[in-house]
Write a protein that binds this ligand. Structure first.
Ligand code: ATP
Length: 245
């Protein structure tokens, strides 16, 4: 469903992502972990077509993000790390705008908009201007927008930032339900408890390189620590050189 094929991204002399090869099958929830500056956002921005790889290729549902971006985008929903809305549109107007961008017929768009307003409990403020929204309200609206076209692949950059506990529960339940139906989720997160609870596999990226790829059970097998919480293993794998215990 998602294929990274020897992907490298440089910024001038700096290599942010180095020779990343990774395949995520349909229905998997994959969590990309790693310290600040590891290359997670760069990876995600390439996956949604906002950045081009310097080398290598990325395909979503078989469509190359560089040579066939329009076909790839129709399969992708994206929730960026900072919600990006139009201050002078209401939440509902924003959802209509997104539905129009995907070319959805009016009757289908109306039904999907109502569906997502209900899922994300946006009803109380859907007709207020976005400039009045709190961070969490913006985040919930962006989630709703990302799911309107029923994407095959949902890409989330730090999805839980700004969400209150009830909204976190809504998002977790929704991700679990959608992945059961076959949607693939690629998310970056610093919330290890979320990865531990939700992810089928994790990738741990350090300085642009995947240092681990697999299930938590595989990670536990590989590590020789006495305690095997994800936090403990993560800290061990990502410790700056020379400080690992
Ligand atoms: P965080 O957890 O802090 O969000 P991250 O894992 O998402 O970090 P990236 O934002 O992908 O990391 O950054 C990876 C590396 O690329 C860092 O060294 C960063 O300084 C560098 N970088 C990112 N964007 C740019 C840019 N536009 N120009 C130059 N260097 C950049």
């Amino acid at each position: 469903m998602i294929d990274f094929d020897h992907v490298t991204r440089t910024y001038g002399p700096r290599t942010a992502v180095a020779d990343l090869s990774l395949s995520i099958p349909r229905g998997e929830l994959f969590a990309l972990l790693g310290p600040n500056g590891a290359g997670k956002t760069t990876t995600i921005r390439m996956l949604v077509g906002l950045l081009h790889p310097s080398r290598g290729a990325i395909r979503v549902c078989g469509h190359d993000l560089v040579s066939n971006p329009r076909a790839a985008h129709l399969h992708i929903g994206y929730v960026p790390d900072e919600p990006c809305l139009y201050d002078k549109l209401t939440g509902r107007e924003f959802l209509w705008f997104i539905a129009d961008m995907f070319g959805m017929p009016r009757h289908l768009a109306g039904a999907r908009i109502d569906r997502e307003i209900e899922h994300f409990e946006l009803g109380e403020f859907a007709d207020d201007l976005a400039e009045r929204y709190s961070l969490g309200m913006k985040q919930r609206l962006v989630f709703a927008a990302s799911l309107l076209h029923d994407p095959d692949v949902l890409v989330l950059d730090e999805p839980m930032v700004g969400l209150d506990p009830r909204s976190v529960r809504i998002v977790k339940d929704l991700l679990a339900a959608r992945t059961r139906e076959g949607m693939t989720v690629f998310m970056s997160t610093h919330t290890l408890a979320m990865a531990e609870e939700m992810a089928d596999r994790v990738g741990i990226m350090v300085r642009g390189q995947l240092r681990f790829l697999g299930t938590l059970a595989e990670l536990r097998e590989q590590m020789t620590l006495e305690t095997t919480t994800l936090e403990q293993m993560y800290l061990e794998l990502t410790a700056p050189r020379g400080t690992a215990s």
